[in-house]
Design a protein around this ligand. Structure first.
Ligand code: FES
Length: 575
């Protein structure tokens, strides 16, 4: 016995260990799959929730990795069962994977609940899969360990290093400006995604897998290992071995994820200059843990934690460089004084023990506290009459000249309107304008897609303009950059103030003062509100209708209201 629990106390015992009609069925059907009694009897059942799919390039190695996890589970005396779950593939799923994050969270929770699973290995990495799997596991609260997909290798084009997303946006603008042609664009297409694994910039995937590690839900160092590195396979096997021990120790998410864990995750995200999506996901995860994490906390942490990771889009390097430089353990060792070192992790050790001996090998990639990339963390939370419930900007990836700015609004009613008019030569816009996109929030788009990095109008690109102030209730890819104010809450679709903005209205952005103001007087705004009509709902039936009826706003984590709460769900009756 490794921990304090006996096999008779495991959930799976009720399926396999008793002598009745139903357990006869469970045993005989397990034998039907070719397993002998000694393969499973009296062993913890480990559910491997695998988000592999033929249409998810970030998880293309997960079939192999699942086998490696199983190897570890067998070695440690467990019985592994691989259970496929919805694969949220960021590049392909429309209107947005965000529409389905809660779907995967529900699916994960209910798979773990309805099958004889004693412990879970969660296999994810592509953006929403990480928070979704963790949300489900937190709510189910059985021992669980996260196996991050790992970043893909660096991109390459004509000797230049290419980063996922960030360099797509950059070279797309160059193509629109006419500085590169069709041939170059094709070559970039060939070179930017060279291996399996998730985006290798500090996008949402790298941010959330690092956050999972900082929370204590992965093995130490797991999130930085490139997907194609053999260390990744060994990490998968070790995770399989470890989860069996965790089952006997009854080491559940609720014993790991306290307020200090979420604080440390926020600190880590700030030092990485992580994706703005982390705010939404961490608020949702904390909600599942019964912890009130709010936007103000992010801003407080951001003001005192410097950016140390020199990774695109804020910095210069990529995740492969970060790994060679010492990875997340190296970075956390530099943040020691800001972390709660005595917290427990899935490793069964404290954070202090997890980062013991960690070093930084490339000081340019992982900066020191004395020589940070930015003095403040990467994200700022703003409030004002345009965002009463808050909004966010990744100011570390914005043009510093625009962080205090007043300009006239150029309003786009929705994404189609934006597509139709943004490159119109007659569009009344200049570099001081503030581009506004509405109806792109959780309900408006629907699904809050990553449309927040609005394109710069072509006529301005040709004049050399590469950044402008942009405001929306959308999200933005973590690989994106620019002076983009995002997640404006409440969103315009439900009557948030963004719905009332008109062309030419002066808008003031003051990042230092954390303000976003529409400079229109109260009486005029009241007149506009009285004339405002709510848009027609999108869905009459199906998942979309359930989503629309229960989704919360960005500042609340965009969870479903009925899932966000803590509380027990009865174990299924086994008969
Ligand atoms: Fe999967 Fe970026 S597309 S992580």
């Amino acid at each position: 016995m490794i921990g304090s629990r006996t096999t008779g106390e495991l959930r799976s015992h009720r399926w396999y260990g008793v002598q009745d009609l139903r357990s006869f069925g469970h045993r005989s059907r397990t034998k039907q799959m070719g397993y002998a009694e000694e393969d499973y009897q009296g062993k913890p059942v480990i559910g491997i929730i695998n988000t592999w799919s033929d249409i998810n390039p970030c998880h293309a190695h997960f079939r192999q990795r699942a086998e490696e996890v199983k190897r570890g589970v067998w070695q440690a005396g467990g019985f592994p069962v691989e259970i496929p779950a919805m694969s949220l593939a960021e590049p392909f799923q429309k209107p947005s994977t965000m529409l389905y994050r809660n779907f995967l969270a529900m699916e994960s929770e209910e798979l773990l609940r309805s099958y004889p699973v004693d412990g879970a290995v969660l296999m994810g990495g592509c953006d929403k899969t990480t928070p979704a799997l963790l949300m489900g596991a937190i709510s189910m609260d059985i021992p669980a360990i996260f196996v991050p997909a790992g970043p893909m290798l660096r991109g390459n084009w004509r000797g230049k290093v290419l980063g996922s997303g960030s360099d797509v946006w950059k070279y797309w603008d160059e193509k629109r400006a006419g500085t590169i042609g069709e041939n170059e664009w094709r070559e970039i297409e060939d070179g930017i995604a060279r291996s399996f694994g998730h985006c290798m910039t500090m996008g949402t995937a790298s941010t959330m897998t690092a956050a999972a590690e900082a929370l204590g839900m992965t093995l130490p160092g797991a999130s930085s290992i490139p997907a194609a590195d053999s260390n990744h396979s060994r990490m998968a096997s070790l995770s399989g071995r470890r989860i069996v021990e965790m089952v006997f120790e009854d080491l559940r998410p609720s014993k790991i994820l306290d307020e200090r864990a979420y604080d440390d995750a926020v600190t880590t995200v700030m030092a990485l200059s992580g994706s703005t999506n982390a705010l939404i996901h961490l608020i949702a995860l904390a909600g599942r843990s019964g912890i009130d994490l709010n936007l103000k906390r992010f801003d407080e942490v951001s003001r005192r934690v410097p950016v140390l990771a020199n990774i695109r889009p804020t910095g210069e390097y990529l995740m492969e460089d970060f790994y060679y430089a010492g990875g997340l353990r190296g970075l956390l060792s530099r943040l020691e004084d800001m972390l709660h070192l005595d917290r427990l992790t899935v490793f069964g050790a404290t954070i202090e023990e997890s980062i013991k001996g960690a070093e930084v090998y490339e000081k340019e990639v992982i900066r020191s506290l004395d020589d940070p990339l930015h003095e403040e963390g990467g994200l700022a939370v703003l409030y004002g009459n345009l965002a009463p419930d808050g909004c966010v900007i990744k100011h570390s990836a914005a043009d510093p000249r625009l962080l205090k700015h007043i300009g006239p609004a150029v309003v786009f009613d929705d994404y189609n309107d934006l597509g139709r008019r943004i490159d119109d030569p007659d569009l009344e816009v200049d570099e001081n304008s503030v581009l506004v996109l509405r109806n792109a929030g959780p309900l408006g788009a629907p699904g809050m897609p990553e449309w927040g990095m609005l394109p710069i109008p072509k006529k301005l690109l040709k004049r050399g303009v590469r950044d402008m102030v942009r405001i929306s209730d959308a999200r933005m890819s973590g690989t994106s950059y620019g002076t983009c104010v995002l997640h404006v809450a409440p969103e315009s679709f439900v009557g948030g103030p963004l719905a009332l903005v008109e062309n030419g209205d002066p808008i003031e952005l003051d990042v230092q003062g954390r303000r976003l103001e529409l400079q229109v007087n109260q009486r005029e705004l009241q007149r506009r509100r009285a004339a405002w009509k709510p848009p027609e709902p999108y869905y009459e039936r199906g998942y979309g209708l359930m989503y629309a009826n229960h989704i919360t706003q960005a500042n609340e984590g965009c969870d479903f209201d009925f899932l966000a709460q803590r509380g027990s769900v009865p174990e299924p009756e086994i008969h």
